[in-house]
Design a protein around this ligand. Structure first.
Ligand code: IPE
Ligand code: IPE
Ligand code: MG
Length: 232
């Protein structure tokens, strides 16, 4: 593993990787091309977060529960890329010391994809960093699933701690920072429960163009924010 050259105080950073389609359109290319370039940038940024900035936990929004509304061709291109992500996970992320965790509802995926997700989570479990990939993820569905799990276990009322420990990402701390690229200023159903006290950053840069230098500027700006958590 590379030596961490420029550590920062962020424990968990999350990315809403938005703008792939517009990036491709600007180049008169199909949207799918933007997703391929976006996936390459994702790998570069994960490595930067881990090896250069020493961030222990990264979450990325790869596919939302609402993204099924897209044209069939785009959805299948995204699923193809997801299979590729999983191959990459085995070949490089585990070597880079990342425990892969998938959050989202897995029921809709083909049996082979689900088996692969379980296998990757299992074989990477000993790694010291965490890379959480949100696929078929929706923040509202996550809270509803958690509550239903608690009801099924016999609970008749629930606490915040119950929900926190029953959401998909139960083992992951809430994100300190959420970065959204692509210019929209919204969370689009991402980490609804966990984002209560996250520091939010929005940039117009489209995801495939989002550079390690811009990320470093965001990390610097995070260092200057005053996180009060309701105190003074
Ligand atoms: C984000 O990029 C990737 C996914 C939602 C899968 P978009 O595909 O939403 O790109 P834009 O926002 O249309 O440019
Ligand atoms: C959010 O982007 C989902 C992902 C990045 C995976 P969208 O492009 O789906 O969000 P909206 O539709 O602009 O809110
Ligand atoms: Mg978008």
């Amino acid at each position: 593993m590379a030596t961490i050259t420029n550590p920062c105080s962020i424990g968990h950073i999350a990315f809403i990787m938005d703008g792939n389609g517009r990036w491709a359109k600007k180049r008169l290319m199909p949207r799918e091309y933007g997703h391929v370039e976006g996936a390459k940038n994702f790998k570069k940024l994960v490595r930067h977060c881990g090896d250069v900035r020493g961030i222990k936990c990264i979450t990325v929004y790869a596919f939302s529960t609402e993204n099924w509304k897209r044209p069939k061709t785009e959805v299948s291109a995204l699923m193809k890329l997801f299979r590729q992500y999983m191959k990459d996970a085995k070949e490089s992320f585990i070597k880079d010391d990342f425990h892969l965790v998938f959050i989202g509802n897995r029921d809709v995926f083909d049996e082979d994809i689900r088996r692969e997700m379980d296998e990757i989570e299992r074989i990477s479990a000993g790694c010291s960093r965490t890379l959480c990939v949100a696929v078929n993820y929706g923040g509202r569905a996550e809270v509803v699933d958690a509550v239903n799990k608690l009801i099924a276990s016999g609970k008749t009322s629930v606490t915040e701690e119950d929900i926190t420990s029953n959401i998909y990402s139960g083992i992951v701390p809430p994100p300190d920072v959420i970065v959204r690229t692509g210019g929209e200023v919204r969370l689009s159903n991402f980490l609804m429960w966990q984002s209560a006290y996250s520091e939010l950053f929005f940039t117009d840069t489209l995801w495939p163009d989002f550079s390690t230098e811009e990320l470093d500027r965001i990390i610097d700006a995070y260092g200057k924010r005053d996180r009060r958590f309701g105190g003074v």
